[in-house]
Design a protein around this ligand. Structure first.
Ligand code: NAP
Length: 308
């Protein structure tokens, strides 16, 4: 088995995974969006800054930068763009995929996997979700912000881990293999679709959702709707109930700025359509009315206007 990974999305998570997998011995080709974004990598190398301030530099032969227009076939691709960027980014390299290519989608929210499967039905599709934290102070430099875990599984088919999963296990990414990745993604979505839009709309860290009475009051109703849709969709619901889980996540991440609020503050498009949009779409397909979530989605769409 080759140890080669192409990584599409040279941002925070794509950069972090590139450096972690390269450190574990994989050969990484990091695909930059354009010539100008590639040129911003000083000395053609990616720099990873750890939380303790130490730095590692990743360049040839372990890590090479390339453009979507390169002609080398892609055997194994990690997609680590924002959710709304994934399909256009993939379209730009799709001529390089082979009938046997494996694709691992590591984006927040849900709905992108379905779009990919519909457009490229032959791909072997895997999905993942990560609680690693990283950001990009400048192009080519990734700041690791928090250690997390990464959960990966075969989209809709389940089954045992492929041999390439050992790259992830041998890395510092603390990866686990999931028999049912849809359940894992749904559980994350059901928490995010409450916390993310409320925190982004009200410009507060997660903890504000329990501290501010007008926000706290909204949690039970939103969580009840999540529970009803989860049950109708055949998704497992937490034993303690969705509200208790959401409240415990809020307490444990009280100082965190949700990704949706980070995007809002940075003037970037949010992933709302793949979090709350997906949730409301599922509810509609299942015939479950979710008026509170519909109102939240409408408000979020009107306020969190896309700028890219
Ligand atoms: N950052 C975190 O701590 C974190 C944690 C957990 C989950 N996530 C999730 O991980 C995903 C990636 O987030 P991120 O923070 O890494 O985002 P990011 O830093 O904005 O990185 C996205 C990258 O995708 C690139 N890209 C966009 N369109 C492209 C195209 N057509 N062709 C090639 N490259 C393209 C962007 O290129 P440019 O540089 O040219 O814009 C950027 O480098 C999101 O779904 C996010 O919610 C992030």
């Amino acid at each position: 088995m080759s140890e080669c990974w192409h990584i599409l999305g040279a941002g925070a998570i794509g950069g972090l995974c590139s450096a972690r997998l390269a450190a574990a011995g994989a050969e990484i080709s990091l695909i930059c969006r354009s010539e100008s974004s590639l040129q911003q990598f000083a000395g053609n190398a990616l720099i990873l800054r750890e939380q303790d301030g130490s730095e590692s530099h990743w360049g040839p032969p372990n890590l090479r930068l390339e453009l979507p227009s390169s002609t080398a076939p892609i055997e194994r691709l990690l997609v680590a763009t924002k959710a709304h960027q994934a399909v256009p980014a993939l379209a730009a390299v799709s001529q390089r995929l082979t009938p046997d290519s494996d694709l691992l989608l590591l984006v927040n929210g849900m709905g992108v996997a379905e779009q990919i499967q519909q457009r490229w039905p032959g791909l072997h599709l895997y999905c993942g979700t990560t609680t690693e934290g990283a950001w990009r102070p400048t192009a080519g430099v990734i700041q690791h912000a928090g250690k997390g875990t990464t959960r990966i599984g075969r989209w809709q088919l389940g089954g045992p881990a492929p041999s390439w999963f050992s790259h992830w296990q041998n890395s510092a990414l603390q990866a686990s293999w999931e028999e049912n990745i849809e359940h894992v993604l749904w559980q994350k979505l059901s928490i995010n679709c409450v916390i993310n839009p409320l925190s982004a709309l009200h410009d507060c860290p997660n903890g504000g959702l329990l501290e501010r009475p007008e926000l706290r009051r909204q949690l039970p109703g939103l969580c009840r709707e999540v529970e009803r849709v989860s049950q109708a969709a055949g998704m497992p619901t937490p034993e303690e109930g969705v509200l208790a889980l959401v409240e415990s996540v809020i307490r444990n991440t009280a100082r965190n700025i949700s990704s949706m609020l980070q995007d809002r503050r940075a003037g970037q498009a949010t992933e709302i359509d793949y979090i709350n949009g997906y949730f409301c779409q599922q509810a509609e397909q299942l015939g479950i009315d979710v008026p509170l979530h519909r109102a939240l989605l409408a408000k979020a769409r009107s306020v969190l206007q896309a700028t890219n």
